[in-house]
Design a binder for this molecule. Structure first.
Ligand code: DX5
Ligand code: ZN
Length: 226
């Protein structure tokens, strides 16, 4: 199932970083081999938690050249696409469950010259987004209930990645598969084997005393070297 043409990418999630030392921590993960920065935007409505928004992202953009992978956990994300594009997002993910206007919003994101993605919560079947694959560059499969870092990985979600990978191959599309929630060096390889090529990791990176070593060990494990 693993697509040998897709490079494995690690996207550390800012949610678990030390906010008093963001700049330093971002340099460390970049040097260690992380390619993306996953930015979890939460509104306290779509999920029961509030995180940060476009001002923080805009400010980080000034000194960071990682790919900004913005995961919107907000209701009616179509209201804020322009703001997150202006803040410097490279990829914007909206939730399939968060709006009636998925297709229009994904197409709008693409029209801004950045990548569009759609996400499914654990209880949403991945087939729910099959009708949107023509307007997506990436699908994000949640492997925890969205809202908080540090939760336990749900192995049943691997089946969704396999199902999605098969559909993408069947239709000969070029779409990245990202998995988010509870990922660490112990399950990264299983994600890749199921078809995932972008791994989000929050607490298993920023929660470790040696952040650089954590990035390297997850990437090594994902590549099957550990
Ligand atoms: C949860 C977020 C995740 C979270 C991952 O709603 O979407 O990106 O930060 O954190 P860990 O890797 O600790 O599960
Ligand atoms: Zn996320």
């Amino acid at each position: 199932m693993n697509n040998p043409h897709k490079k494995i990418i690690l996207a550390p999630s800012l949610l678990s970083c030390d906010f008093a030392n963001i700049g330093k921590q971002l340099s460390i993960i970049r040097e260690a081999g992380a390619q993306y920065l996953h930015l979890d935007v939460m509104d306290g409505v779509f999920v029961p938690n509030i995180s940060f928004g476009q001002p923080l992202i805009k400010s980080l953009r000034q000194n960071c050249d990682l790919i900004f992978d913005v995961h919107l956990m907000i209701v009616q994300p179509e209201r804020y696409i322009d703001d997150f594009v202006a803040a410097g997002a490279d990829i914007i993910t909206i939730h399939a469950e968060s709006t009636e206007k998925c297709r229009e919003t994904l197409s709008y994101i693409r029209s801004k010259g950045i990548k569009s993605a759609v996400s499914v919560k654990p209880k949403t079947p991945v087939s729910a987004v099959f009708g949107l694959l023509d307007c997506c560059d990436m699908v994000l499969i949640m492997s925890v209930e969205p809202g908080f870092g540090g939760q336990k990985f749900m192995p049943d979600m691997l089946e969704k990645a396999k199902e999605l990978k098969a559909e993408i191959a069947r239709r000969n599309l070029n779409i990245d598969i990202e998995m988010d929630g509870g990922i660490d060096a112990s399950n990264a390889r299983r994600c890749v084997e199921a078809g995932v090529n972008i791994l989000v990791a929050g607490s298993s990176v920023f929660g470790k005393p040696d952040i650089a070593a954590a990035v390297k060990s997850i990437l090594n494990a994902a590549e099957g070297n550990a």
